[in-house]
Design a protein around this ligand. Sequence first.
Ligand SMILES: Nc1ncnc2c1ncn2[C@@H]1O[C@H](COP(=O)(O)OP(=O)(O)OP(=O)(O)O)[C@@H](O)[C@H]1O
Ligand SMILES: [Mg+2]
Length: 375
Amino acid sequence: MATGLVGCVGPIVGKIGEFLMAPIGRHFSYLFSYKSKVKNLKEEVEKLDEKRGAMQLSVDEAKRNGKVIGPDVKGWLGRVDKCSEEAREILNDEVKENRGCLYRWCPNLLLRYSLGKKATKKAKEVAKLHEERKMTEVAYNEPPPGIESTSTEGIKVFESRKLIMNGVMEALKDDRFDMIAICGMGGVGKTTMVKEVAKRAREEKLFDEVVMAVVSQSPNEMKIQGEIGDKLGLKFEKETKLGRADQLRERLRGTERILVILDDVWKRLELNDIGIPFGDGHRGCKILLTSRFDHVCNDMNAQRKFTVEVLTKEEAWNLFEEMAGISNDTSHTSTDLYMTQKKVADECGCLPIAIVTVARALKDKGRHSWNSALL
Ligand SMILES: Nc1ncnc2c1ncn2[C@@H]1O[C@H](COP(=O)(O)OP(=O)(O)OP(=O)(O)O)[C@@H](O)[C@H]1O
Ligand SMILES: [Mg+2]
């Protein structure tokens, strides 16, 4: 018994110096109220677990609705998991100490002191996490893709287009123009050009937002509204075209400088019916449209019109060479195959769509296929 007591007292003797240096009450409370401290920790951890569960449900729901989980929420969940695990270790140690006490003559005072101290510290951390939870937003809407989702990869800068591109960029900067058109035959590169214009306008920060919708031969106004709305992150609450038009108009008016690109217009579009305000309706809204038809650009009252022509012969060959993977080293340029390839390229009439389609189809093909292409 005596030896047992010495064994118990021994470990806390080393702590006496510490007791003398720091407020004695706190240290004694670690030792003698360790049970209530551990109990408090246990309750705090249970409450935190409940909050974590509720938060996880909100996160799952937000994910199902396609929302983005806030970084603070992710961080909080991670910190809660770590803190809960550490708290559980303290609680397990306490269980072990109690069990051990049944077999020992006296309790391990140093262990109790340490448990009381750790439980107090951990309970403070848990309480801090409770507080943090109150401040966090669970999820946010996915950022609208805008025009950034439109890839401009693989677009070549042709000298013959540079002048037009620069003209369009100048017109976009000019307050006198709010309806600008690019016209040219099918496959000449109008869509490709407006994608590049959109990219430059964004880089040069000419507008707060740049959106694009494809109109096509048989325009569906609801689809156009949807395309523009998606790019602005706008969720339509109305079902009818007119209801959606009101909502879209409000949204566009709320943006000081906005560029709306309407690609592939085949006939006059009633922008008001779609909900695109321009002119006196919203001075900061500019329309850039593309059309195969000159008269459509006029019908849309375009104040500036740019016509894209086919490529020059040299540009056409460069594009063809690249698309067909033709090597231009001198040992190859004198062969019959090379001559045939040149003739096939000529047949494409310097029209980008024809060049790209034919060159891709013949890429890596043998002589026979190239000859057949000329028949
Ligand atoms: N600058 C360019 N660099 C690389 N490829 C180009 C370029 N311009 C056009 N092309 C190629 O030509 C194809 C047709 O171009 P685009 O779709 O822009 O023509 P379009 O004038 O809009 O035709 P449509 O009137 O049918 O809408 C593109 O898919 C692309 O492969
Ligand atoms: Mg097009």
